[in-house]
Write a protein that binds this ligand. Structure first.
Ligand SMILES: [Zn+2]
Length: 413
């Protein structure tokens, strides 16, 4: 991709209304634009990052047997009335049509996925089953700030599973938990799972996946040794400095964190509401146990920026970066250098390296290098009179650059 063709461009100064690092850097670098508080457009650059995150999640959900579907965002009110959510969920967006009918915008998808699978769940043999989709969610938040960390409309992966026994749900939860750790690790994030046994502390059994972040709104106590943590806003039983509840090998530390994932043991609430039943081994009719597993995708993108940046801009982990390489031509009026840079661009594209080529002639060297730092693409490759037959390669996360030949460049990427 040539930078001159990309319609989104960087801003010289940070947007005035940005209250968080992710909002400031994502807008300044041209990844997103705010439509209103909590609602954002993703430019081609931003969408590439969202898609990278989505694909990592998709791969790991497929790996544990999740089957992808695509469910609608506009729901009839009837299914929300059937589960009681219509009256109970205060953040549910309600829409009235011109014919006076009531609709809900998807706040979650239990109400569509449960009737969907009902058609095919008849016996124990049909379980376990796990179905997921990646789509927008809506929440009627009173206040929405913190950039793309907390949206009124946001991108999410939500998976749902059905089990004939509680033991089977517990078994599957452990598998999802490992997959979640793998997902966050692949993006360079270190996640902790809150595993306070729900019954004792909260009404519903839920598990949260937290990533340490100063921009997060959760206060947690966590163990460095075993990744165990509790949300200290909910649970005051645990204190900082006491030994880890789970492994006993390290002291609990307090930190601010952002919740990126959650898991709910929904019990039989939805299978009862939509009347799904199967015969168990004893021949009794039972409602299957259902689980719900979310990961906020746009929120993850925000946390990545909060976690990986410096005073000059974003530093994307390679696995989610919009491009792997930012190739910069500092040719000026030197047509030989232009020709060499063009040639390297062609070679990188041929080698399937994702490259953003800043070939603009009207922009000075300083501005181009500043743009590269702001955009945060992992490798910066500069071609100039100074580099001669070679190119200068530098990782965004490092200070040192080195001169390499074209062959070596291709090999090292
Ligand atoms: Zn521990």
């Amino acid at each position: 991709m040539k930078y001159s063709k990309l319609f989104s461009k960087t801003l010289k100064t940070a947007p005035a209304n940005a209250d968080t690092v992710n909002h400031r850097l994502l807008v300044q670098a041209g990844y997103v634009r705010q439509v209103m508080a909590g609602v954002y457009t993703y430019t081609p650059l931003g969408l590439r990052v969202l898609n990278k995150i989505s694909n990592i999640i998709r791969e790991e959900m497929n790996e544990i047997g999740g089957q992808e579907v695509l469910m609608p965002l506009l729901h009839p009110s009837s299914i929300w009335k059937q589960t009681g959510g219509w009256d109970k969920i205060d953040v549910l967006f309600k829409v009235k049509s011109r014919t006076g009918r009531d609709y809900a915008l998807a706040q979650s998808n239990e109400e569509t996925v449960t009737p969907l699978v009902k058609e095919w769940i008849h016996s124990e043999k049909d379980l376990p089953l796990a179905v997921y989709h990646i789509n927008s969610k809506f929440r009627d938040e009173l206040r929405s700030k913190s950039g793309i960390l907390r949206g009124r409309e946001f991108l999410m992966k939500d998976m749902y599973s059905w089990h004939s026994t509680q033991e089977d749900f517990d078994r599957f939860y452990q598998i999802v938990k490992e997959a979640y750790f793998k997902i966050f690790n692949r993006m360079g994030l270190s996640a902790k799972a809150t595993e306070a046994s729900g019954g004792a502390f909260t009404e519903k059994v839920s598990y949260e996946f937290e990533v340490l972040s100063e921009a997060g709104e959760a206060h947690i106590l966590h163990c460095e040794n075993c990744n165990w943590c509790v949300n200290s806003d909910d649970i005051t039983t645990y204190k900082e400095g006491v030994s880890c509840h789970k492994c006993g090998k390290a002291k609990l530390q307090s930190a601010k964190a952002a919740e990126l994932g959650n898991v709910f043991d929904l019990g039989t609430k939805y299978t009862k509401a939509f009347d799904i039943s199967i015969s168990n081994a004893q021949g009794e009719k039972i409602n299957p146990i259902m689980g719900c597993y979310g990961i906020g995708i746009s929120r993850t993108m925000g946390v990545l920026v909060e976690t990986f940046h410096d005073e000059r801009g974003i530093i994307w982990p390679e696995s989610v970066a919009p491009f792997k390489v930012q190739l910069i031509s500092l040719a000026g009026k030197n047509s030989e250098v232009t020709k060499r840079a063009d040639d390297i661009y062609t070679k990188l594209v041929k080698a399937d390296v994702e490259v953003l080529y800043d070939e603009r002639n009207s922009v000075g060297a300083g501005a181009k290098l500043a743009d590269a730092d702001l955009l945060g693409i992992p490798y910066r490759v500069v071609v100039s009179e100074k580099t001669g037959e070679k190119v200068e390669i530098k990782r965004r996360s490092e200070k040192e650059s080195k001169l390499v030949g074209t062959e070596e460049l291709l090999k090292s990427l």
